[in-house]
Design a protein around this ligand. Structure first.
Ligand SMILES: Cc1cc2nc3c(=O)[nH]c(=O)nc-3n(C[C@H](O)[C@H](O)[C@H](O)COP(=O)(O)O)c2cc1C
Length: 167
């Protein structure tokens, strides 16, 4: 069966959107999937979710939180469980990026748990979650780039991990 994938991003500084597009490129080109990338803000009753067997939900993190549009998707799929759908969840976070760069495993684990594990545990009907991942982020201040800690190779690796899990 061909895998039809919905990849939803919630992004303000662009990292999560960039990751979503990279994930689509790998899954479609290397694993013959058909993926649609959407802005979570555009997710609504008209979105034809029946066509998708895999749902990938990504959000940026600001002030320690997922963006509202990312929460909207988590809430929707939690309230409308469907055993036939598999999920993959990811975030892009400045703190995760910095901890990875510094090879600071303790800080990495702290924020991984906060932004992914604890968060996802609040949505028990989103199931099965086949994989979860935290990437670094991008930050601008007054229009100037402060840092870009989004690792493209890491995104490609995770996309291949998903591709292999759904083969
Ligand atoms: C106002 C503001 C608040 C932020 N707060 C956090 C935070 O609490 N924790 C964190 O890890 N990163 C934080 N960041 C960094 C973001 O995680 C980073 O910009 C990431 O790329 C956001 O995803 P996006 O680019 O898809 O919007 C913050 C960035 C901004 C601009």
């Amino acid at each position: 069966m061909k895998n039809n994938i919905l990849i939803s991003y919630s992004s303000k500084s662009g990292a999560t959107k960039e990751a979503a597009i990279e994930i689509k490129n790998i899954l479609d080109k290397e694993y013959s999937c058909e993926s649609n990338v959407i802005d979570a803000n555009d997710f609504n009753k008209k979105t034809n979710i029946a066509q998708y067997n895999i749902i990938i939900i990504g959000s940026g993190i600001r002030m320690g939180r997922w963006y509202g549009s990312g929460n909207k998707l988590l809430n929707f799929f939690n309230k409308n469980p469907n055993e036939k759908k598999k999920f993959a969840i990811f975030i892009c976070s400045g703190r995760i990026g910095k901890a990875s760069k510094d090879n600071d495993k303790e800080t990495y684990n702290l924020y991984y748990n906060k932004y992914i594990e604890q968060k996802v545990s609040q949505f028990p009907n989103i199931n099965p979650i086949i994989t979860k991942k935290a990437f670094g982020g991008i930050k601008y201040k007054k229009g100037e780039l402060l840092y870009n800690l989004l690792d493209k190779e890491e995104i490609q690796k995770w996309a291949r991990n998903i591709g292999n899990l759904i083969k």
